[in-house]
Design a protein around this ligand. Structure first.
Ligand code: XMP
Length: 529
């Protein structure tokens, strides 16, 4: 048959998931956010370095390319650039801020330092009577977020100016012939209220990408990928009680069933009811083969007399590995280990497999054995945290587990200042339970990055009834944050604080005082140890 007669079959639906939108990182602070926003539009995206070659781009067969913002001026020495051939591949390309300026410069337009900078909220005005694919269906006047010194003073030859701001006559241009589009403002930030609509116009309207990246599609694709990797081998997963390991385990179980064994090392340092919930969910509800190792006494014994926080961490980590290895040995030959590496870990480590694994182990339950010769399966490697939660919901994980706030591997041990004893542990766990209950009741749990009780193991004088008391204070710590790198103390309502305070001193013998931590990070840290 002559090749000319071969009609390509339409891509099967699953392929829509694998074809990405490539977000080229030109060094701007919002590159990762752009990738997340594209995914919020249900289109799979990947962040790639600006050094990527045209061949590598072609090989990925992307729906579209987005050039991110960048801190530099396009004229600065060493300013990040892309291979200009990439812009001539005929792939729909959207340049944002610096990315737009780069497009203009590479395609025959001009960028200048006009002496007018714009930072912050700016009014955007669509050019009357000029058709625009990006602004289609959006109000002619809208607020957008700008952050630039240089400006495009002439668009690429043949491109049409479609929007301006009071100080930037060329705030957006389009050229459907070359399939290049540029916006000076940042559609990815929340301060551009119609930013997501603009991205949708670009993704769906210009690039024709279908909104196929749904939790169901992620699961389907993940299951296929895991099956291919695992084959008929046995695989082990350490459950921590957190959302990442829970979702990773459920995905693997869905893919390979009882080839998976989960190990839950119960170190006794979790919050109230968490251990029971892990058992009920995995063994009871999902019927995942689960080994529940009751190691509470071992951990308490190892922590006896230890006051130094780093020493606590070290001992907990070491003991965790010891217990985990004992269980793994009991299971006989197991070749593979599940690891909950997220896409943000992969990005932050420059995409290298080895480094990603190392970074994640710090955040794991004390870290997993380095010398266990097992292959790693990383089912969450392509997912951002909010996607992990959506997948968890889709898989039927209970709401409490899906939305659990981050919790440190060493658990309550680093929230007891000084020695961890059974009495102190029980007191802190009970105090934390009261705090969590009231924060949930107030509807604030999901708004807070973390909220917890701290037990500084000192005592102070109080009076209850006619009696003088000498008991522990409890400190309330609640913070808002995006990523734990910085955090602000949460302004909890006074009424809520009052309820928590009176419940703590009334319900917990051994507590006679409640304090509120009003420090931000930096200079404080989120945890007390
Ligand atoms: P800091 O206290 O450094 O905490 O502001 C930042 C984030 O990391 C968590 N954290 C830990 N997580 N093992 C962990 O798995 C640890 O030793 C550890 N120390 C702090 C902390 O809860 C916060 O989310």
């Amino acid at each position: 048959m002559a090749s000319a007669q071969v009609v390509p079959l339409p891509r099967p639906e699953a392929k829509a998931v694998e074809r990405p939108v490539l977000v080229v990182d030109l060094g701007g602070q919002y590159s990762q956010l752009i990738a997340r926003r594209v995914r919020e539009c249900r289109v799979f995206s990947e962040l790639v370095p600006h050094s990527i070659s045209p061949a590598a781009i072609r090989a990925r067969d992307p729906w579209a390319i987005v050039l991110s913002g960048g801190p530099a001026s396009v004229y600065a020495e060493g300013a990040p650039r892309v291979d200009p051939e990439i812009l001539r591949l005929g792939i729909p390309t959207l340049g944002i801020c610096y990315g737009m300026q780069l497009l203009a410069q590479e395609l025959g337009g001009r960028v200048d330092r006009t002496g007018v900078s714009e930072f912050g909220k700016t009014e955007l005005h669509a050019e009357a009577g000029v058709a625009s694919a990006l602004l289609d269906g959006l109000p002619p006047d809208q607020t957008c977020w700008m952050s630039h010194r240089d400006s495009v003073v002439s668009p690429p030859a043949g491109a049409r100016v479609v929007a301006s701001s009071p100080s930037t006559p060329i705030a957006a241009f389009e050229d459907e012939r070359l399939r290049v589009y540029g916006v000076q403002f940042h559609p990815e930030v929340a301060h551009t209220p119609h930013g997501t609509d603009l991205l949708k116009n670009f993704l769906y309207g210009v690039a024709g990408a279908p909104p196929g990246w749904t939790a169901a599609a992620v699961i389907e694709e993940g299951v296929e990928r895991i099956r291919a990797q695992v084959g008929s081998r046995r695989i082990l997963c350490a459950l921590s009680g957190g959302v990442d390991s829970a979702v990773a385990a459920l995905l693997v179980h869905k893919a390979v069933g009882d080839q998976l064994t989960c190990v839950f090392v119960d170190h006794g340092l979790l919050r109230e009811d968490e251990a029971a919930q892990v058992i009920a969910t995995f063994r009871g509800h999902f019927q995942v083969p689960l080994i529940h190792v009751e190691a509470q006494e071992r951990f308490l014994a190892r922590l006896a007399g230890v006051e130094d926080p780093e020493e606590k961490r070290r001992r907990i980590g070491e003991e965790f590995i010891r217990v985990f290895e004992e269980e793994a040995r009991r299971l006989g030959q197991v070749d593979l280990l599940v690891q909950g590496t997220l896409y943000s870990d992969v990005i932050e480590s420059g995409g290298s497999d080895g480094i990603a694994a190392k970074i994640k182990s710090h955040h794991n339950v004390g870290g997993l054995p380095a010398d266990m010769r097992m292959g790693l399966v990383e089912p969450l490697r392509l997912l951002f945290k909010d996607e992990v939660r959506r997948v968890g919901e889709e898989l039927g994980l209970p709401e409490r587990m899906v939305w659990r706030q981050p919790f440190p591997g060493p658990g309550l041990a680093i929230r007891i200042i000084g020695e961890v004893t059974r009495e102190r542990l029980e007191l802190l766990r009970a105090a934390d339970a009261v705090l969590q209950e009231e924060i949930r009741r107030a509807g604030l749990y999901r708004d807070l990055w973390q909220s917890f009780a701290v037990l500084p193991a000192i005592r102070s004088v109080g009076v209850q009834g006619d009696e003088r008391t000498y008991a522990y204070p409890i400190v309330i710590r609640a913070v808002t944050s995006e990523d734990a790198m910085t955090a602000d103390w949460a302004r909890l309502p006074y009424d809520l604080l009052e309820t928590i305070s009176s419940r703590l001193v009334n319900e917990l013998p051994g507590v006679n005082r409640v304090a509120l931590d009003i420090s931000s990070k930096p200079p404080s840290t989120i945890e007390w140890e």
